[in-house]
Write a protein that binds this ligand. Structure first.
Ligand code: URP
Ligand code: ZN
Ligand code: ZN
Length: 474
C-alpha cells in the first residue's frame, strides 16, 4: 500500500462494541488500517491515549426547513453543519418536509438546493410526509425510498403537518412494503388544541403554559396509538423525542409484546425541566419551548435509565434553531406572543455529544460503548448508513472525534450555530471534542476549518438495526 495520508497515533478507540488502543491509518478519506505501530503517514496526529470515537450521527435535526412566515430557522446547511462539526458530529440527517398540497419530489428537490455546496459534513435526508395523496403513496414515496430516502417522519400534531389515523396506516403500509423506517412524533393534536383553548380563555398564554397544554398524557396516548397502528400494519416504528415516564412505559409494554418499537430521546429531556419554560409569566422561557416539552427531575431519571438499559436506540439533538430576540424567531414579528404562536424547537446540534459524554460517560451513568452506540452506530444503522458511518473500522469513513476531558462552563459565545442563545448556558461540562475529522480532514481543532461543499449527500440504504430489546424490563 502507498503511504498513508494520515495516521492518528495512540488512540483509545471506542466503538459500540469495544475499547482498544490502536493507531488509525487513513487514506482517501477512509480508515484503511487499524493496529499498533502503523507506518508513518504524510500527516500525523498524536492522540496521546485520548478517547477517539466515531464522528457523531445526528439523526434528528432541522436545518433551513421552510417555515410559515415570519418564522425562519436560524441555521442553514452552512452554519448548522459548522456547529455540528465543532461539537463532534460529522453526519446530519435533517428533514425534507412536504407542505400540504406539495409534491414530495418537489420538497426533496427544494431541499437539495438548500444544501448544495454549503455543508461542511456529510448529510442525508429524512422525508416528512404531510399529504399522503395516492400519487405520494403509490409513486413518489416508493420511488424516493428506492433512491435513498429510506426514512420519513409522520406527525400526529401540528395543523400543517399532522396525519389522521387512516393516513398514518396508509403511510405505515408503504414503509412495510418498501422497507423504510417510519419516525413518529407522538402527541394527541385534539387534546392539545382543547387544552390550549381553555388556557387561552383563562388568560394563561405565557410560555410556561406551553407545558400545561402538552402534558405527558397527550404523549402517552399518541405513543400507544402509534404502537397500535404499527402493530396492525406489522411494521417497525421509531418514536422520536420521547420525553418521560408515560411514553417510556408504553414503549416497554410494546417491547414486552415483541413489537419492533424503537425509541429516540434528546438532551432537553435530560438537562431541562418544565421550569425552564418559566416559573412566572416572563417571556424568557420561550427559549425552551419545544414539543414535547421538558418534564421534571424524576422524568429525567427515567430517560437516563432508558438510555442505560437499552430502551432507547438513538440519542439525537432535535436541533430546531430559532433566535430568541428576533422577529423571525421566538418573538414573531418582534412581539412577545401567546405560547401557541412561539416557534417550537431549541438549538442543540453542537452540544448533544459533549453533554452526553460529560454527564453520561464521565459521570458514570453510561459506558463509553453505549455512548457510541446511541450517538453514532445506531443512528447510522437505523437509517442505512452503517458501516460507512457510525463506527471506526477498516473501510468506514475517517470521521473521528478525539476527546479533550476538561471542565469548563458552557457559554453561547463559544458555539458556532447562528442562534443567539443556548438552553444550556452556564452548564458545567467535563469534555469537548479536541479534534473532529470528517473524511480524514480536520474540521475542528479548537478552530473551525470551513470548506463549504466538503459535506456530500448520502443516499441511505435499508435500516439495519438489530431487533429492539430492552436489557432490563422492570
Ligand atoms: O419542538 C420541536 N421538537 N420542534 C421541532 C419539530 C419537531 O417536532 O421535531
Ligand atoms: Zn417532532
Ligand atoms: Zn424535530
Amino acid at each position: 500500500m502507498s503511504e498513508l495520508d494520515l495516521v492518528v497515533r495512540r488512540a483509545l478507540v471506542a466503538t459500540a462494541a469495544d475499547t482498544f488502543e490502536a493507531d488509525i491509518g487513513v487514506k482517501e478519506g477512509r480508515v484503511v488500517l487499524l493496529g499498533r505501530g502503523l507506518p508513518a503517514g504524510l500527516r500525523e496526529i498524536d492522540a496521546a491515549g485520548r478517547v477517539v470515537t466515531p464522528g457523531g450521527v445526528d439523526a434528528h435535526c432541522h436545518l433551513d426547513q421552510p417555515m410559515e412566515a415570519p418564522a425562519r430557522m436560524a441555521d442553514d446547511f452552512d452554519t448548522g453543519t459548522r456547529s455540528a462539526a465543532c461539537g463532534g458530529t460529522t453526519t446530519v440527517i435533517p428533514f425534507a418536509a412536504q407542505a400540504k398540497g406539495q409534491s414530495l419530489r418537489a420538497a426533496v428537490a427544494d431541499y437539495h438546493r438548500r444544501a448544495e455546496g454549503k455543508a461542511h459534513v456529510d448529510y442525508a435526508f429524512h422525508l416528512i410526509v404531510s399529504d399522503p395523496t395516492p400519487q405520494v403513496l403509490h409513486d413518489e414515496l416508493p420511488g424516493l425510498i428506492r433512491e435513498g430516502y429510506t426514512s420519513f417522519k409522520i406527525y400526529m400534531t401540528y395543523d400543517d403537518l399532522k396525519l389522521d389515523d387512516g393516513q398514518m396506516l396508509d403511510v405505515l403500509a408503504v414503509a412495510r412494503q418498501h422497507g423504510a423506517m417510519a419516525m413518529i412524533h407522538a402527541e394527541n393534536a385534539d387534546c392539545i388544541e382543547w387544552l390550549t383553548k381553555r388556557l387561552e380563555a383563562a388568560g394563561r398564554t405565557a410560555p410556561r403554559f406551553h407545558a400545561q397544554a402538552r402534558p405527558m398524557l397527550v404523549e402517552r396516548e399518541a405513543t400507544h396509538r402509534a404502537i397500535s397502528l404499527a402493530e396492525l400494519v406489522d411494521v417497525p416504528i421509531l418514536i422520536v423525542h420521547v420525553s418521560g415516564r408515560e411514553a417510556v412505559e408504553q414503549i416497554r409494554w410494546a417491547r414486552a409484546q415483541g413489537l419492533q418499537v424503537f425509541a429516540e430521546t434528546c438532551p432537553q429531556y435530560l438537562f431541562l425541566t418544565a421550569a425552564d419554560l418559566g416559573i412566572d409569566d416572563s417571556y424568557h422561557g420561550a427559549r425552551c419551548v419545544c414539543s414535547p416539552p421538558p418534564r421534571d427531575k424524576r422524568n429525567q431519571q427515567v430517560i437516563w435509565d432508558g438510555l442505560n438499559d437499552g430502551l432507547f436506540t438513538i440519542f439525537s439533538s432535535d436541533h430546531a434553531p430559532f433566535k430568541f430576540d428576533a422577529p423571525d424567531g421566538k418573538k414573531p414579528g418582534g412581539a412577545e406572543v401567546p405560547f401557541r404562536h412561539i416557534p417550537n424547537g431549541i438549538p442543540g446540534i453542537e452540544t448533544r455529544l459533549p453533554l452526553l459524554y460529560s454527564e453520561g460517560v464521565l459521570a458514570g451513568r453510561l459506558t463509553l460503548n453505549r455512548f457510541v452506540e446511541l450517538t453514532a452506530t445506531n443512528p447510522a444503522k437505523a437509517y442505512g448508513l452503517h458501516p460507512r458511518k457510525g463506527t471506526i473500522a477498516v473501510g468506514s469513513d475517517a470521521d473521528l472525534v478525539i476527546w479533550n476531558e476538561r471542565e469548563f462552563v458552557l457559554d453561547n459565545a463559544a458555539l458556532h450555530h447562528a442562534v443567539d442563545y443556548t438552553p444550556y448556558q452556564g452548564q458545567t461540562l467535563r469534555a469537548w471534542p479536541g479534534i473532529t475529522l470528517a473524511g480524514g480532514e480536520v474540521v475542528w481543532d479548537g478552530s473551525f476549518h470551513p470548506r463549504a461543499g466538503r459535506g456530500m449527500f448520502l443516499a441511505c440504504g435499508a435500516p439495519s438495526l438489530s431487533p429492539a430489546r430492552t436489557r432490563v424490563v422492570p
